[in-house]
Ligand binder design. Structure first.
Ligand code: TYM
Length: 338
């Protein structure tokens, strides 16, 4: 059975960007494919500690699993939730993979450059090595499909390269490489990778770490607060409602958000607004969609008991440890350390 896998760090409450870029696509894929695919949803707690955690990591983790459930993910025996650190093979696999990764590959990663302020030497080594752990997360389970936002594509390409490199080194198919990013996007039924933009500065992605509260929508924002943030979003002076991320990123971002929160195809939303010119009308519509979406979602979260989450994690971790230990042993044998 093939595997679809994803993870979201738990440094803080997610933004609408994390949610629409990664969580919602995973929920949609899971509900569509979980009869025939393994659905692996894990919490990358070890990736989380590369930077500061807002609030309590354990609490954030519990909430994250609830977000998937509150967003409508249906559980069955093929859906597995687990914590990365509860499956020790991830860390061990990372070491083995680090021995076939060049430092140049790591220094070239855009996220490393950003998070290290262009290579500041006081940056912790976790930030540099993080893509190797991500490759381990994926390759341990032969996951072919990895729904992530566009900012993670470079890490996914590295993962593919490492899989091919290991297979070539040992002359056999130890790993199943994840499919190319272009095919990931097709599998997610998207035209392109998703990058929800900062509401105030739509050239940039919406990010948890942004200092301006108006630039990001957090999942637990009161619906009316979220609506206000949409109403104050930066647009442009072109005066046409159309999807053109390059020249009109603010307006395009609103169209994208409107499509995703209503689970409508982007093309359909674009055609609904074709020929319209009043940005205020678009903002009102998106503000209303986002606030009713958040209201429903927040009501669903409150109904999920903590015990249910812990039970899911324990069952998932048993499954994950079995699969991951077997794959780790295969690579250990290939390296002759077993
Ligand atoms: P993280 O925690 O930074 O982000 C989680 C997911 O959210 C997506 N994302 C966005 N998508 C659209 N628009 C945005 N503005 C936006 N901001 C964030 C990210 O692309 C990501 O999919 N390394 C990963 C976590 C991870 C992982 C993995 C993912 C660890 N191992 C294995 C998949 C498979 C990360 O830090 O994502």
């Amino acid at each position: 059975m093939k595997t679809i896998l994803t993870g979201i760090r738990v440094n803080s409450e997610p933004t609408l960007g994390n949610f629409l870029g990664a969580l919602i696509p995973m929920v949609r894929l899971s509900n569509k494919y979980s009869k025939d695919y393994n659905i692996n949803i894990f919490v990358p707690d070890l990736h989380t500690i590369i930077s500061d955690v807002d609030g309590d990591l354990q609490q954030n983790l519990l909430m994250e699993i609830k977000y998937y459930l509150a967003a409508g993910l249906k559980i069955n025996e093929n859906v597995h939730f687990y914590r990365q650190s509860y499956v020790p093979a991830h860390s061990e696999m990372m070491w083995l993979l680090s021995c076939v990764t060049s430092t140049g590959e790591l220094f070239r990663m855009t996220q490393y450059k950003e998070k290290s302020n262009g290579g500041d030497e006081s940056t912790n080594a976790g930030i540099l090595n993080y893509p190797i752990l991500m490759a381990a997360d994926i390759l341990l389970y032969d996951a072919e499909y990895v729904p992530v936002g566009e900012d993670q594509f470079q890490h996914l390409e590295l993962t593919r390269n490492l899989a091919f490199r290991v297979n070539h080194k040992f002359g056999r198919e130890i790993f199943v490489p994840p499919v190319k990013t272009i095919d990931q996007v097709k599998f997610m039924e998207m035209d392109d990778g998703i990058r929800i933009r900062d509401l105030q500065n739509p050239e940039k992605k919406m990010s948890k770490s942004s200092k301006s509260e108006n630039s990001k929508i957090m999942l637990l924002d009161a619906p009316e607060v979220a609506a206000k943030k949409i109403m104050s979003a930066t647009t442009d002076s072109v005066g046409k409602i159309q999807f053109d991320m390059l020249n009109q990123p603010g307006v395009s971002n609103l169209l994208q958000i409107e499509a995703l929160v209503n689970d409508r195809p982007l093309q359909e939303v674009i055609s609904t607004w074709a020929g319209e010119t009043r940005y205020g009308d678009l903002k009102k519509q998106v503000a209303s969609s986002v606030s009713s979406f958040l209201a429903d979602f927040q009501e669903n979260i409150a109904a999920i008991p903590d015990e249910m989450v812990y039970e899911l994690l324990e069952t998932g971790e048993e499954y994950a440890n079995n699969i991951a230990d077997a794959k780790l042993a295969e690579l250990q044998k290939a390296f002759c350390i077993r």
